[in-house]
Design a protein around this ligand. Structure first.
Ligand code: FAD
Length: 108
């Protein structure tokens, strides 16, 4: 089975990188693609307890994916990641800085 930490790091890398390169003003099709990607991802993620908790978190309407702009999607992803950080007893990330971390860049 996959190493949950290694899988997590590489997955967050992909997920945040997707939001960082998402259009500032996405078309309806792009918004549809973002929603359907997240939905499929949450069902296929090969850490089943992780996937189950992620789906449960998204079921709350306050946590439904926000894909109407890069800013919205990036912030939503940061909040999703923070939910897992809190669950695992890790520090919460300042979501005002998501773009600095994942788009304009600083080193880990
Ligand atoms: P990671 O949490 O992987 O973070 C990588 C880098 O992202 C950090 O170094 C930091 O620079 C940046 N970062 C941190 N927080 C944020 C944020 N909020 N927004 C933007 N950037 C940020 N593991 C489990 O053990 N149990 C689970 O239930 C679980 N569920 C998961 C659900 C999902 C959807 C995903 C993708 C992963 C899940 N993981 C889970 C894995 C877990 O989140 C971590 O990836 C893993 O514990 C390794 O953590 P890490 O400390 O190396 O950094």
């Amino acid at each position: 089975p996959p190493d949950v930490d290694e899988l997590g790091r590489s997955s967050w890398n992909l997920l945040h990188t997707i939001t960082a390169n998402y259009p500032v003003s996405p078309s309806p099709q792009q918004q549809h693609d973002a929603r359907s990607f997240i939905s499929s991802f949450s069902r296929l993620y090969p850490c089943w307890v992780c996937a189950e908790d992620f789906q449960q978190w998204m079921k709350d309407e306050r946590n439904a994916p926000r894909v109407s702009s890069r800013q919205e999607f990036g912030r939503w992803m940061c909040e999703a990641h923070n939910e897992v950080n809190v669950k695992l007893g890790k520090e919460s990330f300042n979501c005002d800085r998501w773009e600095e971390r994942w788009r304009t860049g600083w080193k880990d």
